[in-house]
Design a protein around this ligand. Structure first.
Ligand code: PMP
Length: 356
């Protein structure tokens, strides 16, 4: 090893779900939305003034922040935007988790949290979910350097009541509490109304799931003006033009189409609820997910085998070989037709060798 390597900041990177090059797969592995973005987004792209790309985008991202502020019922100075919520969360870790005390998050959760903590040298401790994968709110009381959890949690899909979320925030007045609401629109209660009451609460959301725009990379955070100012100072110290002109315009347009958003979200929720029933009828145990994915295990079939068999059949789902969840599959809710193909395959697979 060269001496220079001793001083390299080394990280074990987060492993994103596979993005297969083949187009002919049924892709239920990265919690993308199976429906297209709002129709206005296409209109923006078709009419986009390419000449405008000569110019830098608005560093303040004012149009997008104004639209989000209106949609969230807050002031524009309470909104921060970034390149997907991963970017927003990374900035928030760097800005707010700067204590000697460990930050805390669940043992089973979004696997990017420990990666940022290690990258930024933030001490952390995990708190175990209970035997049924619920967050135990009391575990987040007491001294710490900050708190973060998703609601609904990933990959379990389980949501916490707003009262419990508020309880965690109320019990942690001396640190910043981040609620990662990547999946909140599919059935959990948002903590947005609490930002007026708690100066130290940051709520993070994304366009990647409920707004069908994972490829555009837009995420945002809502909090007190003070919290947002601190975040912006850190962000502008990295790169002041993080949002492209295209993303700003498309994002602004997407937020304005509330009706389309509600319609596609409700289709996904319906498909999810029928999927729970169908998979349970096949013998799967299935958490009561409030997200756009299901988290399932089968008492007679190893999840890893199922994952590989599904992949062979061109149906991609997500498998995590981590403790406690290594016999589970996370299946993104697709269109009804995609889910039908999944059910047909599973039925055949589970009944192999059984006489009919
Ligand atoms: N939070 C959670 C809990 C997630 O599952 C994801 C998706 N991988 C994200 C944040 C980040 O999503 P994005 O960067 O696409 O907004």
């Amino acid at each position: 090893m060269g001496a220079w390597e001793e001083n390299v900041r080394r990280v074990t990177p987060y492993t994103p779900g596979e993005q297969p090059r083949r187009q002919d797969v049924i892709k239920l592995n990265t919690n993308e939305n199976p429906y297209p973005p709002a129709p206005g987004v296409r209109r923006i792209l078709e009419g986009f003034d390419t000449d405008s790309l000569r110019l830098y985008p608005d560093p303040a991202a004012a149009s997008l922040k104004d639209a989000l502020a209106e949609a969230c019922g807050v002031k524009p100075e309470q909104v921060f935007v970034g390149v997907g919520s991963d970017d927003v969360l990374a900035m928030a870790f760097l800005t707010f988790f700067n204590s000697e005390k460990p930050i805390v998050f669940p043992d089973i959760t979004y696997s990017f949290y420990p990666v940022w903590a290690e990258e930024f040298r933030i001490p952390y401790e995990v708190r175990s979910l209970d035997g049924e994968f619920h967050v135990v709110k009391e575990d987040y009381y007491g001294e710490n350097g900050g708190v973060i959890f998703p609601n609904p949690n990933a990959p379990t899909g389980l949501a916490m009541d707003l009262e419990d979320v508020e309880d965690i925030v109320r019990r942690n007045p001396d640190v910043v509490v981040i609620v990662d609401e990547a999946y909140v629109d599919f059935g959990a209660e948002s903590a947005l109304p609490l930002v007026e009451k708690y100066e130290n609460l940051l709520v993070v959301q994304t366009f990647s799931k409920s707004r069908s725009m994972a490829g555009m990379r837009i995420g945002y955070a809502v909090g007190s003006p003070k919290l947002i100012r601190y975040l912006e100072d850190v962000k502008y110290s990295f790169n002041s033009y993080t949002m492209s002109r295209l993303a700003l315009e498309c994002g602004t347009e997407a937020v304005k189409d509330r009706a389309y958003f509600e319609e596609t979200v409700s289709r996904i929720v319906q498909t999810r609820e029928s999927a729970k029933k169908i998979l349970r009828d096949m013998g799967f145990l299935c958490t009561d997910s409030m997200a756009n994915f299901l988290f399932v295990t089968h008492p007679e079939h190893r999840a890893e085998e199922l994952f590989l068999a599904l992949k062979d059949a061109g149906i991609f789902v997500r498998y995590f070989s981590s403790p406690r969840i290594d016999n589970y599959l996370r299946i993104t809710v697709g269109t009804d037709a995609q889910m039908e193909a999944l059910y047909r395959f599973l039925e055949r697979y589970l009944n192999r060798g059984k006489s009919v």
